[in-house]
Ligand binder design. Structure first.
Ligand code: IVH
Length: 697
């Protein structure tokens, strides 16, 4: 927001124009364009100027009414008892003053308050005559609202008939809101069906309730909580507000389970903190808590000022949404190569902290939001959740001289900003990934960890702690560098890691350096040089190439070079390799950085026997594909697999329609279920053992 230093009269005109505009968008169009906090700030600034300059007063100023008059789409309803608003407080000091004022004027040293969540929805008034719902209206400007009875009837938590003995006239006030989960569900559905998504649950509730077609409202998951009375006739009311809420519950109105009674300023602040801690876990959005003096006689003694009672106060939490501008759009590369876009923003205070970065999640989200550099955006930070951009205020997009947007729609980079390898996004996937898996610094720790693991290159003793230190202190850039490490490198690396963690052993401080562990590591790395093609293929960490696929590929190609040059079509002819995996393999080997790492591995002495392509051996199971799942008693799965292969079977890791049979051992899980679903034949261990014995295995 830009503050001008111009004359107060000009500023007042400007603020009124902007507030009126915001009101119109919010109340009439249901398309708010500024966050509430900004609206509140402008309103407060206007109030302050008007208070200082009475000559600028205007009966039509936005400060003189809370909302806009009804839009004319619905019938008007005059509220017999006006719907008031609440004074706001943001600090502990204001709460103490509020309670002190009440204590002084009522003579009650520790007055009791009904304490309630301040629901972030839409205030409504429901009218019942002789226990039957007759009309429901929005708040409108507090004096006159809109008749939205037809829509309210569709809200399941609004009772249409009251339980027990209801008075001849009863108006109940409360909040229509959209539960958070319902909001998320609705937006998921809307995205899937190409419908407009809702900006937040509050706008969702407001927009849904003001639909002219009640059938649309009926599809929106709205809910209601009661928190006050309007006009009543013939009712014998309790003497406190908390008793009224209990009575309303008996009549069938939902009341928030968080309502409570608290005493004195200490009790109020304790409630504020207690609810604040649970704010994000509550199933609905709240923007604060409300304190209401509980005894009606005390309420009457306190009375009202202008539109708000002096016996009640809204204590607000820091706003979770704020507007700011996008300075640049960056991307982050994760340990698995996932490329995540985020925005760098002009610092803004939101949810109690200053934020400068917010996530955009993925390319889909960018396309949906159409975020561009220079845009004014709404950022949201709820609790510990990573701040996110929820929407763009398109009206504020910077334009060039011809009125065209200054910046084009944002495109994800096609090359990894960390390593320069190609960034690719597979069809049907929301996440784009860097393809330089072996080379990319962002993926190094992950790549090394997998490379060294037991079923890959099996480098004993090279665990996550050492790998992280090797990468962070820049000893290794790719898995090939492991084979160039010296004893001195390891000792120096460990000394730095110990120093950083403050865990330098006393012996080292005394000048003695134990190197046995480092010698062992060097030996383990050396031993891993002598390996097999299937282990190397698995160790490379190509997405979706697990041990079983690595084995199939090794057999099928016999050597690495023909595999590296195979195109996708050739790869799909390999049993068990579908088009997706074929594409992943081809892309991996097409990336020059990955080829360099493989060349470096060979140059550093990593070797494996190579031979002609092997076709599976002939035998009683030739042409059959078998899947092993669950634990076997008589032998390991690997052993059983080897025996089946010796009989001509191809052992696969996943069940499909092409699977000939599944051997299900102890505690078999999803593969067994899938086999059952597909009607694939299932063998137990006994049948397997009998078959192997019969065939000489
Ligand atoms: S009582 C005389 N109780 O806050 C008091 N209001 O600024 C009338 N609100 O328009 C309101 N939760 O939309 C009350 N537990 C609660 C509330 C609540 C949310 C909203 C309501 C009202 C606004 C007042």
């Amino acid at each position: 927001m830009t503050k001008t230093t111009s004359k107060p009269a000009d500023r007042v005109i400007e603020l009124r124009r902007r507030l009126d505009d915001a009101n119109y968008r919010y109340h009439v169009l249901d398309e708010p364009d500024i966050p509430d906090v900004e609206y509140d700030r402008m309103l407060r600034e206007l109030e302050a100027i008007e208070a200082e300059h009475p000559e600028l007063a205007d009966p039509n100023s936005p400060t003189a009414r809370v909302g806009n008059a009804p839009s004319g789409k619905f019938a008007s309803v005059r509220h017999a008892v006006p719907m008031l608003s609440l004074a706001n407080a943001f600090s502990d000091g204001e709460i103490q003053e509020f309670v002190a004022r009440i204590s002084k004027e009522t003579g009650d040293q520790e007055p009791a308050f009904s304490v309630e969540p301040k629901l972030d929805g839409l205030a409504i008034s429901l009218r019942y005559e002789h226990g039957v719902f007759v009309r429901g209206a929005t708040r409108g400007d507090g004096a006159t609202g809109e008749d939205v009875s037809a829509n309210l009837r569709t809200v399941r938590t609004v009772p249409l008939k009251l339980r027990g003995k209801a008075p001849p006239v009863l108006e109940v006030r409360g909040e229509i809101y959209m539960p958070k989960a319902a909001f998320e569900r609705y937006n998921d559905w809307a995205r899937e069906h190409g419908e407009k998504t809702l900006a937040n649950p509050r706008n969702g509730a407001a927009g849904s309730l003001r639909q002219l077609d009640a059938r649309i409202t009926a599809q929106r998951p709205l809910a209601f909580y009661a928190y006050a009375l309007g006009e009543t006739d013939g009712a014998k009311l309790p003497s406190t507000h908390s008793q009224t809420l209990a009575w309303l519950r008996e009549l069938g109105f939902p009341v928030s389970p968080e309502v409570d009674v608290a005493r004195g300023a200490g009790g109020l602040l304790e409630y504020f903190n207690r609810i604040g801690e649970r704010r994000n876990a509550l199933p609905y959005d709240i923007d604060g808590v409300v304190y209401k003096l509980d005894r009606y006689d005390q309420q009457r003694a306190m009375g009202f000022v202008s539109r708000a009672p002096r016996w009640a106060l809204a204590h607000k939490y820091p706003a979770q949404e704020e507007a700011t501008t996008v300075e640049s759009i960056e991307v982050n590369v994760g340990r698995t190569g996932a490329v995540t876009p985020w925005v760098l923003m002009t610092p803004v205070h939101v949810g109690g902290v200053t934020v400068t970065r917010a996530t955009l999640h993925n390319a889909d989200q960018i396309a949906r939001l159409d975020v561009r550099v220079g845009d004014t955006v709404i950022v949201r930070r709820a609790g510990d959740v990573i701040p996110e951009v929820v929407r763009v205020i398109e009206e504020r997009r910077p334009l060039d001289k011809r009125g065209k947007p200054l910046h084009p729609p944002y495109q994800l980079p096609t090359q990894c900003p960390v390593c320069g390898s190609a960034v690719e996004r597979e069809e049907g996937e929301v996440v784009a990934r860097c393809t330089g898996g072996l080379y990319c610094a962002a993926q190094r720790v992950q790549a090394l960890f997998h490379f060294a693991s037991r079923r890959a290159m099996d480098i004993d003793g090279l665990g996550e702690r050492f790998i992280t230190a090797l990468v962070e202190f820049d000893y290794v850039h790719s898995v090939a560098d492991l084979y160039r490490l010296t004893l001195d490198d390891f000792v120096a690396m460990k000394r730095r890691a110990d120093e950083r963690e403050g865990s330098t052993p006393e012996t080292v401080k005394a000048g003695k350096v134990a190197t046995k562990w480092a010698e062992n590591l060097i030996a383990a790395i050396d031993a891993s040089r002598n390996t097999t093609l299937e282990r190397v293929l698995y160790a490379l960490g190509i997405r979706d190439v697990g041990e079983s696929t690595a084995k199939t590929l090794a057999r099928h190609f016999g050597a690495l070079d023909p595999l590296m040059t195979a195109d996708e079509a050739t790869l799909t002819t390999v049993p068990d390799v579908g088009p997706i995996v074929a594409a992943r393999i081809a892309h991996f080997f097409a990336e020059p950085h990955n080829r360099e790492v493989i060349a470096a591995l060979r140059a550093n002495g990593v070797h494996w026997p190579e031979g002609a392509p092997q076709r599976s051996s002939e035998g009683p199971l030739s042409g059959q594909t078998v899947v092993l799942t669950g634990g076997l008693e008589a032998m390991s799965r690997d052993e059983a697999g080897a025996k089946l292969e010796a009989l001509g079977a191809k052992v696969s890791g996943s069940v499909s329609k092409k699977t000939s049979f599944v051997v299900a051992g102890e505690a078999a899980g999803s593969k067994l279920v899938k086999a059952q679903e597909l009607g694939v034949e299932i063998w137990d261990e006994a049948r397997l053992l009998a078959f192997l014995a019969e065939n000489g295995q």
